[in-house]
Design a protein around this ligand. Structure first.
Ligand SMILES: [Zn+2]
Length: 474
């Protein structure tokens, strides 16, 4: 397998530290809101990397954390007059439902930051002892980037010695906090003092805080991943991944903390980042407000269609997203499902056939999903031209090849061509009954009961009534 390493800026042969156990850590969501399609891209890309690794290596340990304490969570919980715990619990459940709809396997470990504050404090203490961190007058513990000469090694940012705090405005877009108390503008927070010290157990909307050698407070975002990856994977991680926006400052800071605390540990071998998802040529992000939640997209298309649409572009390239792309993906899936329809009861685990090799090879070459999908669709287009007796096995091969990408795995959908031409409407059909069915289906979609919604759509289609979905606005 070959993979692009952000650290070397080259495609490299993937050679794990230990071929008997591949260790992967991916930065997971900050759970203050539903995830959007840009977040979904990271989920799907790393799910595919894990699936590919699992076929090649006996053991793969996949850790994807959950950031359940963060300024954004605190602010949202206050807005909604709820506790951070309640908000996080609700968002984690929704995140799991979205990830499942996208066909993503669960990680082996999904640590939550608030369960590991003690481990974070241990690392911060050692950084303070080793003079890599300092305590400011107002009680913040900050990492001193000048104490770590390799700072900037991942993002290739040259450090300017005159970086004083007044210049930090230019970094306001990259989640670097502007704080008066910093010695250097890129110094980052390891520990934050609690704003509100008069917390009582009965006040469940109070900002959570933990005791530490520096008083009550909470950890900074970056230290979470250093602590949880060390706890669950030790000091040597094969692949550490996330979206491209995490290269700086988040991953740069993780390197500084982890390496400064444990200089003898290699930390990460391959840094892997997926490109931005664009909406009208701008990065899709919560802060720009141009995002579409996965949950909203699921109102008009299946999670599998979202997955296919996301895999159409190479994972490192920007992907300009639109509703049109999603609808096209759904149509293409319909086509594939219709082709494999007659093979639904067959065992699909076929190895060593040409199309599967092509897909495996494309994925092994820096996860070239556009090439893999092109091979699958051209193979699918050709099946009808094959002699009758060869078609049966070709359909099975097609299904197995698509399975490598996490596609065509929905048994219930096999045999349903949703774009097929339906019979002429039955003249005897009762309009009121049709309207009732349509309303029933709308309610099913609104409550995300897509099994029922599909059933009603098929029932109507059988009578020649075609339903064209538009996006449901909240
Ligand atoms: Zn992280």
């Amino acid at each position: 397998m070959r993979i692009f390493n952000t650290f070397s800026a080259k495609i490299e042969n993937f050679i794990p530290f230990d071929k008997n156990c591949v260790r992967v850590y991916v930065c997971g969501p900050t759970v203050y809101d539903r995830i959007h399609l840009g977040n979904a891209r990271t989920l799907v890309v790393f799910d595919l990397i894990i699936k590919a690794l699992r076929r090649k290596y006996k053991k793969v340990v996949y850790v994807r954390n959950i950031t359940d304490i963060d300024d954004k969570i605190i602010a949202r919980a206050q807005e909604e007059k709820t506790s951070t715990v309640e908000l996080a619990t609700k968002m984690i459940a929704q995140f799991h439902s979205d990830a499942n709809a996208l066909g993503c396997d669960e990680p082996d470990f999904e640590p939550r930051a608030t369960d590991h504050v003690a481990e974070m404090i241990t690392i911060i203490k050692s950084l303070v002892e080793k003079k890599h961190a300092y305590i400011s007058e107002d009680g913040h513990v900050l990492f001193a980037i000048k104490s770590f000469p390799q700072y900037g090694c991942l993002s290739k940012r040259k450090h300017d010695n005159n970086n004083d705090c007044n210049q930090s405005n230019s970094r306001s877009n990259s989640r670097v906090e502007a704080l008066e108390c910093k010695r250097d503008a890129d110094d980052f927070v390891l520990w934050k003092p609690a704003e509100n010290t008069n917390t009582s157990d009965s006040d469940n909307t109070a900002t959570p805080a933990w005791d530490s050698p520096w008083g009550r407070g909470r950890p900074g975002w970056h230290i979470e991943c250093s602590a949880m990856s060390r706890l669950l994977l030790g000091g040597s991680i094969d692949i550490h991944g996330g979206g491209q926006d995490l290269i700086f400052p988040h991953h740069e800071n993780e390197i500084a903390q982890s390496r400064a605390a444990e200089p003898s540990q290699p930390f990460v071998k391959y840094w892997v980042h997926n490109g931005y998802l664009l909406a009208e040529r701008k990065k899709m992000s919560k802060s720009l407000g141009n995002f579409q939640c996965v949950a909203d997209a699921l109102n008009s298309v299946s999670g599998e269609a979202i997955r296919l649409a996301l895999l159409r572009a190479h994972y490192r390239h920007p992907l300009d997203f639109s509703q049109q792309r999603l609808l096209e993906a759904e149509k293409n899936l319909d086509k594939l499902y219709a082709i494999v329809a007659s093979e639904k009861n067959e065992n699909s685990d076929i190895r060593n056939v040409k199309i599967m090799q092509q897909v495996e090879e494309a994925l092994a070459n820096d996860l070239n999903t556009p090439l893999a999908l092109a091979a699958i669709f051209s193979f699918a287009d050709n099946i009808a031209n094959l002699p009758q007796q060869a078609q049966k096995s070709a359909k099975q091969e097609l299904k197995s090849a698509a399975n490598l990408l996490g596609l065509l795995q929905n048994q219930k959908r096999i045999g349903k061509n949703l774009t097929k031409k339906s019979p002429e409407p039955d003249a005897n059909i009762d309009d009121k009954w049709v309207q009732k069915k349509i309303n029933e289906r709308e309610r099913a979609r609104a409550s995300r009961d897509f099994v029922l919604a599909d059933k009603i759509r098929d029932e109507l289609a059988g009578l020649g009534v075609l339903i064209e979905d538009t996006r449901v606005e909240k």
